[in-house]
Design a protein around this ligand. Sequence first.
Ligand SMILES: NC(=O)NCCC[C@H](N)C(=O)O
Length: 311
Amino acid sequence: MPERRHLISIDDLTDEDLRWIVRRGTEFSAGQAEDARSLSEAIVGVLFRKTSTRTRTAFSAGALRLGAKLIAFGPGDLQENTGESVEDTAAVLSGMIDVLVARTAGPEAELRAYAGQRRMSVINAMSAAEHPTQALTDLTTITRHFGRIEGVRVLYVGEGNNTASALTLAMSRYADTELYLRTPPGYGVERSFLDRAEVSAKRGGAIVEQRHDMADLPPVDVVYTTRWQTTGTTKPTPDWREVFAPFQINEAVMNACAGAVFMHDLPAHRGEEVTAAVLDGPASIAFAQAENKYHSARAVLEWCASGPVAE
Ligand SMILES: NC(=O)NCCC[C@H](N)C(=O)O
């Protein structure tokens, strides 16, 4: 039996796979995927232990739209709650369903344990460290807007969370891209992600740079932010809002980045990480980006079922 494809980290994807998924997501987004593969033989399980609006709906609607059947597992449904191991759960589920889309918001090792069988694809719908399907959505959105990813310059402002880690790995895989991470002190993207991105960046001439202040903003094409309360985390210091306050995206930041569009992985909190004037303003493509989660999810599901890699 061929090995099933898993998407736990952006780094699980070859350059060819990454480009295939982004191109395919862009075709779905542009309404140019009339040849969409039917998944009518497939059963997709969605397991969300944490709240989700976009990712869960995108993969559920995407699977149903492609003709698959769906089983939804809530946070308290599986016998894991009574102590059954992840490995045993995966062994059982993989004999019955084809794809498991899982938001554990826990360690990546847990998703790797789910993926330790050969019969069921496992898709990371957000772990503590990384949110790969968000990065695929973001690259799809950038491609739709600019017609390319190569050479695009992104300023990411806010916590170095799962979204930031995935974006860092993904952007660095495209030639001449520039990613400027401006994260509050103590809330940066982890060194291990920066090191991995640096290896790809060197290959294609990309730039990945992290700083912990908002001075001297570089010229960019995209300003990107994320909410301040990352899922499953608590801030270690009571004064964290003071630390985050200078990192709000407001009209002053957008004026400093003249011509840039605004992106946000959502949910947004107007008045915290972004002002209403920016989120709801003319430069914002945040809600087109949210819709692209659905388009990109269909590309990921197709890739799990077929894709470019010889089996
Ligand atoms: N687009 C999304 O999946 N949004 C929900 C998660 C947002 C953020 N990365 C978080 O961890 O809270």
